[in-house]
Design a binder for this molecule. Structure first.
Ligand code: PLP
Length: 485
């Protein structure tokens, strides 16, 4: 049997900092005083905050131990479907940390930040070219905010033509943020069921589209990991009735430089730099969800926009139809630098190859596991594959049991119970950065767990058993938070 990277190492206990605290300990020594002693101001003499008192070594050990209890893509495979937890090359971190970039103040005059503005200007061009669109805004801080911005742009476009529509079509295979973004923008999301093939049919869209509907939001590839193959016909139907097509491009990792979204009929699209373009994520940010649009929507993009006049870059607010600002200054600059560095270091051919490998890896896992787990849509997938719970149920266990047990084998669990259209979904996105050896180990682990399920389902229900804490009550922390300390 293979050796899995699961947790077998020395696992040290670690109390809270307050429990380790001892009166009078300190992690620093101030230089010897060479001036008269002066009492600190009154505020500091009032009630003191309850801060732990520790030696430097206590602090170092505390945080080092906590960091080792964590799991990240730097420590193991993280096949969390829909999230694209691929490895982010360290060179991009290094470049984003260059003092001239990391310390550039956002209020510096344009003349002193020509390099930073050029990065923004060129990154917009790169993203437009990669997606096939005409212009981009780098302001939105995440995919969901990109969606909101895109919806605001769609709304502004309708208004500029003197119309106000009320509904947006959202397929049942869309990401959950799509209906939320439409609703935040004042539209009523209207669900459209996907066909038995797991994709949208032109007929279903034609039946739902009317003159009250502002457009459609299509996640492509969709959350089943399938390419919406009828997208062009769907776009034609929506356009014919005066609507626009919003493309959720957060799954761009499957189609970078391969699918021309404009040719597919998409009018506005967001991409997630923290998924596809080398910003570490999973800890809550920061991220970036740039919005790319076709020419007719460019006047509505957020301001300020970076413009280039006679070789000089500057920020301009002179776009009277703009939806306004959606983020302070120009967005999360550090994330944008990483994406710029990633795109330049990969080159056009490298980006396309990364997407092809992401698709190849997902199909490899799908083929290897399709006799082991139930595969509802048995056909080529894009960057991720989605299994159902059926085989596990037959053995008396659930998707959650399998996901928990994978931790014992040293893998981050895949996304579970999403998308909702698959019962007990297990959504695996291996990404292009995992080697065949790692994929094989993952497949072997899943197979071993399915066998365990047949032999001893009760034991599986208690998994994980080799991690620091065992099976947790998933809802207790939210319902009964203990914020002591
Ligand atoms: C991740 C994701 C989003 C949301 O992006 P955030 O940056 O988490 O807001 C939207 N759509 C799809 C398809 C996604 O995978």
């Amino acid at each position: 049997m293979s050796e899995f990277p699961g947790s077998t190492g020395l696992v040290l206990n670690e109390p809270l900092l307050w429990e380790k605290s001892r009166k009078g300990r300190s992690a620093f020594s101030a230089p010897r005083r060479d001036v008269e002693e002066t009492p600190l101001d009154e505020r500091l003499q009032g009630p003191q905050p309850d801060l732990p008192e520790l030696y430097e070594l206590d602090v170092v050990r505390h945080y080092t131990r906590l960091s080792q209890w964590n799991f990240g893509v730097d420590s193991g495979m993280y096949p969390l479907g829909s999230c694209t937890m691929k490895y982010n090359p360290k060179i991009n971190e290094k470049l984003a940390a260059l003092p001239g970039l990391a310390s550039a103040h956002p209020l510096l005059p344009d003349s002193l930040v020509q390099g930073a503005l050029r990065i923004l200007y060129e990154l917009e061009r790169f993203l437009a070219e990669i997606t096939g669109m005409d212009a981009a805004s780098l302001q939105p801080a995440a995919g969901a905010q990109g969606e909101l911005t895109g919806m605001l742009v769609i709304d502004a476009w309708h208004r500029s033509r003197g119309s106000k529509r009320t509904k947006i079509l959202v397929p049942d295979t869309a990401h959950g943020t799509n209906p939320a973004s439409a609703a935040l923008c004042g539209y009523r999301p209207v669900p459209v069921a996907s066909s038995g093939r797991g994709v949208l049919s032109a007929e279903a869209v034609a039946a739902a589209m009317d003159a009250e509907t502002a457009g459609i939001m299509v996640t492509n590839p969709n959350t089943l990991g399938l390419f919406e193959e009828n997208i062009r016909a769907i776009a034609d139907i929506v356009h014919e009735k005066g609507g626009l097509v919003y493309g959720d491009g957060a799954n761009l990792n499957a189609v970078m430089g391969i699918v021309d979204m404009a040719a597919a009929g998409v009018d506005v699209l967001h991409v997630n730099l923290h998924k596809t373009f080398s910003t570490p994520h999973g800890g809550g940010g920061p991220g970036a969800g740039p919005v790319c649009v076709k020419k007719h929507l460019e006047p509505f993009l957020p301001v300020p926009r970076v413009v280039c006049e006679a070789g000089r870059y500057c920020l301009s607010e002179a776009f009277p139809l703009s939806v306004g600002k959606v983020h302070a200054f120009c967005g999360n600059f550090g994330v944008l630098v990483r994406a710029y560095a990633y795109i330049l270091s990969m080159g056009a051919a490298g980006l396309e190859r990364a997407s092809r490998l992401a698709v190849l890896n997902a199909n490899y896992v799908k083929e290897k596991l399709k006799g082991v787990l139930h595969l509802p849509h048995d056909r080529p997938c894009m960057h991720e594959c989605v299994f159902s719970e059926r085989t596990l149920r037959e053995r008396g266990v659930t998707t959650l049991d399998l996901a928990k047990r994978l931790m014992d084998y040293g893998f981050h669990p895949p996304t579970v119970y999403f998308p909702l259209v698959v019962h007990g979904a297990l959504m695996i996105e291996p990404t292009e950065t995992e080697s065949k050896e790692t994929l094989d180990l993952f497949v072997e682990a899943v197979k071993a767990i399915v066998e365990e399920a047949a032999a001893d389902p009760e034991r599986l229900k208690k998994a994980p058993g080799r991690t620091r804490v065992g099976r947790l009550d998933e809802a207790a922390a939210a319902r009964n938070p203990r914020l002591a300390g």
